[in-house]
Design a protein around this ligand. Structure first.
Ligand code: NAP
Length: 336
């Protein structure tokens, strides 16, 4: 059992504890830390752990094996490196890093201290996504041609003026930093590396804060194309559709955390009769508990997860290329 401290007890930190505490034989939260400790005192008491009043106290506590970071985006890589130097395993929520170089630095610090680093891409634990990957690997969808996705919702209405989420340095390229990174990671999981991006990002609704309308075109190294939209001044929804030369598979719903259903439709190019899509359902699962247990088991076994040149670092390079493309208003090669 890994003994973890939750750092950043806001919305998502409390959600991760709620999904896991007392429900896992791999990870248990034994401490918490928040910038404003009082805000989380009652929650911590309910879940049976103390609130420490500084990150340093977390890092020097020998009864803590790992930290789980659910803090603002710009703090992640610095907190990862500090935890690594203190010999603590690290799980950080997304986005891992805002630049490729800071991602590489964080990965290097963890490798040097021989601690496990994981990034919270819980979508990879969705059975439907795993099924699409299997279908692609086994050729059931034919040659991969194109992936399209969106992940949208009312984020800009949720956070007022001055909230860190409205800070354009914390959330460059609008909803891409908070939401789109999940879809990009899912696309990389299915299609491999992205070679180039062409993106635009605009603020069309409010007169302050982050962009609300961001769209991106991708070219994957495998030759396939893709596009992604994050509109965060609208109602909640998400969708991803994968097109191959023998058919397509589609996932998506209003609620992105419950188990997905998968719609699949095939085509026989030699016999073009119209086929009805098939609907596949999967058993209920908590992807958040699954990602934390995956991390805890790797940490206990001394196994690295996020490594130099791995998908997590690539994801940071894609985000950086998207932000640059929005500024330069041109296509940008992703730093390989
Ligand atoms: N995987 C997913 O689906 C998902 C969903 C939502 C969010 N997230 C991620 O989770 C992270 C947190 O997001 P959130 O929505 O939970 O934000 P939030 O509600 O604003 O919570 C952030 C928390 O971090 C605390 N904090 C700020 N700076 C800190 C520091 N230096 N050390 C320790 N605590 C600090 C804040 O304390 P104060 O209140 O005192 O400022 C607050 O409690 C982000 O990376 C976000 O992208 C992931």
């Amino acid at each position: 059992m890994i003994r973890a401290a939750i750092v950043g007890l806001g919305t998502w930190g409390q959600h991760l504890v709620g999904c896991t505490q007392g429900k896992s034989d791999a990870i248990r939260f034994v401490a918490g830390m928040n910038r404003t400790p009082g805000k989380a005192a009652e929650f911590a008491q309910w879940h049976g752990f103390p609130i420490l009043d500084s990150y340093e106290k977390v890092l020097t506590d020998p009864a803590i094996d790992a930290v789980v970071l659910t803090t603002p985006h710009s703090t992640h890589t610095g907190q990862i490196a500090a935890a690594a130097r203190a010999g603590k395993h690290v799980f950080t929520d997304k986005p891992f890093a805002l630049t490729k170089s800071s991602a590489e630095e964080a990965v290097r610090a963890c490798a040097e201290s021989k601690v496990t680093l994981a990034v919270g891409f819980n979508w990879r634990f969705q059975p439907a996504l795993q099924e699409i990957r299997r279908m692609l690997q086994e050729g059931m969808l034919g040659k991969l041609l194109h992936i399209e996705g969106n992940f949208c919702g009312p984020s800009v209405y949720r956070f007022g003026r001055g909230h860190w989420r409205q800070d354009r340095n914390e959330c460059p390229a609008g909803g891409m930093t908070g939401r789109g990174v999940h879809v990009v990671d899912a696309m990389v999981y299915l299609a491999g590396r992205i070679g180039s991006v062409n993106a635009q990002s605009l603020r069309l609704v409010q007169d302050f804060g982050m962009d609300d309308t961001t769209s991106m075109l991708f070219r994957f190294d495998c030759g396939a194309t893709g596009y992604l939209g994050t509109v965060i001044a609208t109602a909640e929804t998400w969708r991803m559709q994968v097109f191959g030369s023998k058919g397509w598979a589609e996932v998506g719903d209003v609620e992105h955390l419950t188990t997905w259903q998968l719609k699949v439709c095939s085509v026989d190019p030699a016999k073009l009769e119209r086929r009805k899509p098939e609907l596949l359902s999967f058993p209920e699962t908590s992807t958040e508990r699954a990602e934390l247990e995956h991390f805890a088991r790797a940490a206990m076994a001394g196994r690295p997860l996020a490594v130099s040149g791995g998908d997590e670092v690539h994801g940071a390079a894609v985000l950086e290329a998207i932000v640059r493309s929005c500024t330069d208003e041109s296509a940008v090669e992703v730093d390989p």
